[in-house]
Write a protein that binds this ligand. Structure first.
Ligand code: AMP
Ligand code: GLY
Length: 428
C-alpha cells in the first residue's frame, strides 16, 4: 500500500511516524512535510491546496490512500475532487465537502446537533441583516457571551466577551466590518459553558467507526492558561475523569448520534471526527466538531495506539473498521511544544536547532515548524518541535517530556512549564 499524507505540522509527523511502522505500507510520502517527516517518509514539494498536482502525484505514484491532515483541503472539497478523477482509485481518509461542513460552518454544526439531540450549548445564528435581533438576543443572556464566526478563521473566530458593550462591538466587527471576511458573514451566539475541556476522536469508514483515546490540550501561550490562544502548547492522554462509564455516556449521547445523524442526512462520514467536548458537571457537551485529528492531540493519541495503522487504513478503505480491535497503551502520554519566542504574535524563523545527546527513554521528538538546510535543521514556524513521552502517570510522563525538551535548544525557544498540572488535582 502506498500512502500520501498532506500537511507539514506535528500532526502530520506523527501520522507519518505511525504509518511508517506499518507492515503493509510500502511507500510513504508527505507533502510538503518538514524535517521530521523527512526522517520517516519522502517529502514531496506540493501545496495541500493544489488539488490538480495532488491528483497527478497520486496517479504517477500509485497512491492507494490519501490522508489530508488539516481542515482546509477537506472543507474546500479535496475528497470530492479526487473521487471524481477518471482512472484514479485512491481512498481519501477524509470527509467530502458536504460532511466537512461540521467543521466548516458552526451554524451547520449547531443545527445538526439540535436536530439529533446531541448535548450542546443553546445558540442563535445572525447575519448583518439581523444584527439588531442579535443584540436583542444577547440581552436575553448573561455574561460571558460567546460569539463565533461561522466559517474557518484559523482558530481565531471565537470571541468570549465579558460585557454587553464588548459583545456588541464584536458583532459589529464580525458582521458589519467582516473582520474574518466571509467566515464572519454569519455569527453564532451561544451560551457559555464552564468545565474541563477535552477531546475525543473517532475514525469512521462511512459504515462503522472506532474510538481513539481522548486528550486534553493546552491552548494558551502563558502558564496557568493565560495570554493569547495558540495552535496548542502541549497535551495529555488519557484525562483522569475518563472512566469506562463516562466513555459509554459520551459514546451513547454524542458519538453514535453524530454518525447516525450524518447517515440520516445521507452523508456518511469517512475520516476522523474530533469531538471538542466540555465536562459540564459530569455531563459531556459538544463545543465543536473538527473533521480531522487535533494538533497537538495527535502527538499523544497516536503513540498510545498499538494497532498497525496501515492495517486500519486498509480495513477503512473496505468499510470494515468493525473488524478492528483498538489496542491502547495503558500508560499516560504527554507532549510539550517548544515554540519560537514571540509566537503567536510575530516571531522569526531560520534559527538552528541543536539536539543534544539524550538517552531517550520512552520518548519521541515530533517536528512541526522545522526545515532542512544542508546538514542543519532550522526553525520554520511558530510551533517548532514537540517531545511526547510515556509514563506510568502524568507526572512521570511529563518529567520525560521535559527532559527531552531540555536537550533541544534554539534561539528564543519558549515552552510552558505547567502542562498537565491542572489534571494532577483531579482525582481519577
Ligand atoms: P471553538 O473554536 O468552537 O473550539 O472555540 C474555541 C474555544 O473557545 C474553545 O476551545 C473554548 O475554550 C471556548 N469556547 C467555545 N465555545 C464555548 C462555550 N459555549 N462556552 C465556553 N467556552 C467556549
Ligand atoms: N488542538 C486543537 C486543534 O487541533 O484544533
Amino acid at each position: 500500500m502506498n500512502v500520501l499524507i498532506l500537511g507539514s505540522g506535528g500532526r502530520e509527523h506523527v501520522l507519518a511516524w505511525k504509518t511508517a511502522q506499518s507492515s503493509v505500507v510500502q511507500n510513504l510520502f508527505v507533502a510538503p512535510g518538514n524535517a521530521g517527516t523527512a526522517q520517516v517518509a519522502k517529502n514531496v514539494d506540493l501545496s495541500v491546496m493544489d488539488f490538480d498536482s495532488v491528483a497527478s502525484f497520486c496517479k504517477s505514484n500509485a497512491i492507494d490512500v490519501l490522508i489530508p491532515g488539516s481542515e482546509d483541503p477537506l472543507v474546500a472539497g479535496i475528497t470530492d475532487f479526487i473521487d471524481a478523477q477518471d482512472g484514479l482509485d485512491v481512498f481519501v481518509l477524509g470527509p467530502n465537502k458536504a460532511a466537512a461542513q461540521l467543521e466548516g460552518s458552526k451554524d451547520y454544526a449547531k443545527a445538526f446537533m439540535i436536530e439529533n439531540d446531541i448535548p450542546t450549548a443553546q445558540y442563535g445564528t445572525f447575519t448583518a441583516d439581523t444584527i439588531q435581533e442579535a443584540k436583542a438576543y444577547l440581552r436575553t443572556k448573561n455574561a460571558p457571551y460567546v460569539l463565533k464566526a461561522d466559517g474557518l478563521a484559523a482558530g481565531k473566530g471565537v470571541v468570549i466577551s465579558e460585557s454587553l458593550e464588548h459583545a456588541d462591538e464584536t458583532l459589529d466587527d464580525m458582521l458589519l466590518d467582516k473582520k474574518f471576511g466571509d467566515a464572519s458573514s454569519q455569527v453564532v451566539i451561544e451560551d457559555f459553558l464552564s468545565g474541563v475541556e477535552f477531546s475525543i476522536f473517532a475514525l469512521s469508514d462511512g459504515e462503522n467507526y472506532i474510538i481513539l483515546p481522548e486528550a486534553k490540550d493546552y491552548k494558551r501561550i502563558g502558564e496557568n492558561d493565560t495570554g493569547l490562544n495558540t495552535g496548542g502548547m502541549g497535551a495529555v492522554s488519557p484525562v483522569p475523569f475518563m472512566t469506562d462509564e463516562y466513555l459509554s455516556q459520551v459514546e451513547k449521547e454524542i458519538i453514535t448520534p453524530t454518525f447516525e445523524g450524518l447517515k440520516n442526512r445521507n452523508m456518511p462520514f469517512v475520516g476522523f471526527v474530533f469531538f471538542g467536548l466540555i465536562n459540564d458537571n459530569g455531563s459531556p457537551k459538544v463545543i465543536e466538531y473538527n473533521v480531522r485529528m487535533g494538533d497537538p492531540e495527535t502527538e499523544v493519541v497516536f503513540p498510545r495506539l498499538k494497532n498497525d495503522f496501515g492495517k486500519i487504513l486498509k480495513l477503512a478503505s473496505n468499510k470494515r473498521l468493525n473488524e478492528v480491535n483498538v489496542q491502547v497503551d495503558d500508560r499516560v502520554c504527554t507532549t510539550v511544544f517548544a515554540v519560537s519566542g514571540g509566537y503567536p504574535e510575530s516571531y522569526t524563523t531560520g534559527a538552528k536547532i541543536e539536539f543534544r545527546p539524550h538517552q531517550a527513554n520512552d520518548s519521541v521528538v515530533f517536528h512541526a515548524g522545522t526545515k532542512i538546510d544542508d546538514n542543519d535543521i532550522l526553525t520554520n514556524g511558530g510551533r517548532v518541535i514537540a517531545v511526547s513521552a510515556f509514563g506510568e502517570n502524568i507526572q512521570d510522563a511529563l518529567s520525560k517530556s521535559y527532559d527531552g525538551i531540555g536537550h533541544i535548544a534554539f534561539d528564543k525557544m519558549y515552552y510552558r512549564k505547567d502542562i498537565g498540572q491542572d489534571l494532577l488535582t483531579l482525582s481519577k
